[in-house]
Design a protein around this ligand. Structure first.
Ligand SMILES: [Cu+2]
Length: 400
């Protein structure tokens, strides 16, 4: 078994750098650092990566709460040359159902999915045990054009930015964005097929998938008709910049509201820059809009940044503004739309562990901004929450 640097992972089709691969088939900037361990074995390139957070989460206000949490995912990728192209397989798993509980961890103003027949609110639901079980195949058509197929029983359709758990700009923040269900919540979909064509800097994709959100049993496969679709245009004009615009039709995403379907539009730009100090600066800005079939459009705006000053000291933050409905927040009248937001700021310190892992204690303080009309439920318009945690992930893959 031979240990590999990142350059050995260049995609055969058009020689695109491995670092460009975000989650699912989403692109990120080529300069994005990769925290992983690579091996080669019998013509297969294998790579293991993941992130695990563990700590204590305290969310202020009457609807907040505190608990010990662990958000995490681990992933194994395997790639092999096949018929002049490149075949890949992926398995990604998470223990959040057990480490955060069935309703997930406290996250003020969060919404999406359900537990025991009630919409989940002010908590982030856990990810499923199987977050991805999928295969990819990429093949050049000409010198400057390639095609890509992706699909599997669990995967991410071509909709939205690189999913939050995989974004370098969110890598120090253990929690999901409040706009997750406006931008990237489809990253765990049970049944996905995607086809795309790409040049060295543009990719156009279409997906056909099951748009129903996973149910509260997180360890099974929630198959259903594949009756949702999406399309995404991605553009990487330079090594440091990646952008996308995407649209999706989600048929009956919510089990509790099966007659409602959603059109989702998202756009995002991610800027990544390696710093001479050995650090890296990754920033993502995004917008998502859900237009449900009852005609109510709601929007989410996101700005997040991860400034690794020198490979050891990391400053990070996220600012969000989201318009959520009474249904989302379980607050009457259900049809009303409320302004909510949050600003999180944090610091994290990396420590090398046997040259193979990076162990990083961190702390994050979040101020939420709550529409005054929601005061009867929250008893505060600017509650403050704190999370103290440790993050573990593989060491930076050396770039040769
Ligand atoms: Cu998620």
């Amino acid at each position: 078994m031979v240990s590999l640097g990142a350059s050995a992972w260049a995609q055969d089709a058009l020689d695109l750098p491995m670092n460009r691969e975000g989650s699912g088939t989403a692109w990120q900037p080529d300069s994005t650092p990769m925290y992983a361990k690579g091996f080669s074995l019998d013509g297969w390139n294998l790579m293991a990566h993941g992130i695990g957070f563990g700590g204590y989460d305290y969310q202020g206000s009457r609807r907040g709460g505190g608990q010990v949490f662990s958000t995490n995912w681990a992933m194994l990728m395997a790639e092999h040359d096949f018929l002049g192209g490149e075949f890949g397989g992926r398995l990604m798993m998470s223990t959040e159902e057990w480490t955060d509980g069935g309703r997930g961890y406290p996250l003020l103003l969060q919404s999406g999915e359900e537990f025991h027949g009630v919409p989940n609110h002010d908590r982030q639901h856990p990810h499923d045990l199987f977050m991805e079980l999928a295969a990819t195949y990429a093949h050049p058509i000409t010198k400057d054009l390639g095609f890509e197929l992706y699909g599997g029983p669990v995967g991410e359709p071509a909709l939205g930015p690189v999913a939050a758990p995989h974004r370098e700009s969110a890598a120090a923040d253990p929690f999901a964005p409040l706009g997750h269900h406006w931008m990237d919540s489809t990253h765990v979909s049970f049944g996905v097929v995607t086809a795309g064509i790409f040049t060295r800097d543009v990719k156009l994709e279409a997906s056909w998938f099951n748009g129903r959100e996973p149910d509260e049993n997180r360890s099974n496969f929630d198959f259903r008709r594949m009756d949702s679709y999406s399309t995404r245009l991605s553009y990487n004009p330079t090594r440091d910049l990646s952008m996308q615009v995407s649209w999706g039709y989600l048929k009956s995403p919510e089990q509790l509201d099966p007659n409602i379907s959603v059109n989702r539009v998202t756009t995002q730009a991610t800027y990544d820059r390696r710093l001479a100090s050995g650090g890296n600066w990754a920033t993502t800005t995004g917008w998502g809009r859900n237009i449900d079939s009852s005609g109510k459009p709601t929007d989410a705006l996101l700005l997040e940044s991860n400034l690794d000053l020198d490979g050891a000291n990391v400053l990070f933050g996220r600012a969000e503004y989201v318009r959520k409905t009474g249904e989302d927040l379980d607050f009457a009248p259900a049809g009303a739309v409320y302004n909510v937001g949050a600003i999180s700021l944090g610091y994290l310190r990396n420590f090398d562990l046997f040259n193979a892992f990076v162990l990083a204690p961190g702390v994050m303080v979040t101020t939420s901004f709550i529409d005054g009309r929601l005061d009867p439920a929250y008893h505060s318009q600017t509650p403050v929450g704190v999370a103290a945690f440790i993050r573990l992930r593989p060491a930076l893959m050396d770039m040769d």
